[in-house]
Design a binder for this molecule. Sequence first.
Ligand SMILES: CC(C)(COP(=O)(O)OP(=O)(O)OC[C@H]1O[C@@H](n2cnc3c(N)ncnc32)[C@H](O)[C@@H]1OP(=O)(O)O)[C@@H](O)C(=O)NCCC(=O)NCCS
Length: 147
Amino acid sequence: MTETLAYEVRRVRGGREMAAALELRHEVFCLEQGVPEREELDGRDHEGIHLVAVADGQVVGTCRVLMVGTTAQFSRLAVRRSLRRRGVATALLRAADGETRAAGGRRLVLHAQTYARALYENAGYLPRGRAFVEAGIEHIAMEKQVG
Ligand SMILES: CC(C)(COP(=O)(O)OP(=O)(O)OC[C@H]1O[C@@H](n2cnc3c(N)ncnc32)[C@H](O)[C@@H]1OP(=O)(O)O)[C@@H](O)C(=O)NCCC(=O)NCCS
């Protein structure tokens, strides 16, 4: 049986933790998925709320929420490969809902990689429109109302 994974999900704390979150994104998006670094680092990190999942002092998951008026743009969701399918991404999505509500946001929007669509559907997102290719990977736009 897989051991229960103990972790907390919260906003990133300090420069070292932010660097660890960026390192995880690099590992997952650039090294694992082949996304060019210039697309992974889009120059908008300073505007965002960064959430992390921390287990045993290590950043094992991360995501970013950018508030644009009452819309939250959700992106950069990455979980350490060895700890996937244990609910970490689902917990990050739940925390992003909370951040959006707290900021007075009404909806979240994201571009889901189509292979992970069920993850977002389970979290209450609905697809919008047709699939398209972004950073060489097939995506679909999805959104969720909160409030
Ligand atoms: C996508 C990703 C963030 C999911 O993280 P995770 O912590 O493993 O997700 P969860 O454990 O919360 O998954 C919840 C549900 O989502 C769905 N899901 C998650 N990963 C999936 C996969 N690879 N294929 C199909 N469904 C998947 C399943 O329904 C899963 O429930 P189950 O494990 O009971 O079947 C992780 O695989 C990852 O970092 N991938 C590489 C980066 C990436 O693709 N980011 C998303 C960009 S849109």
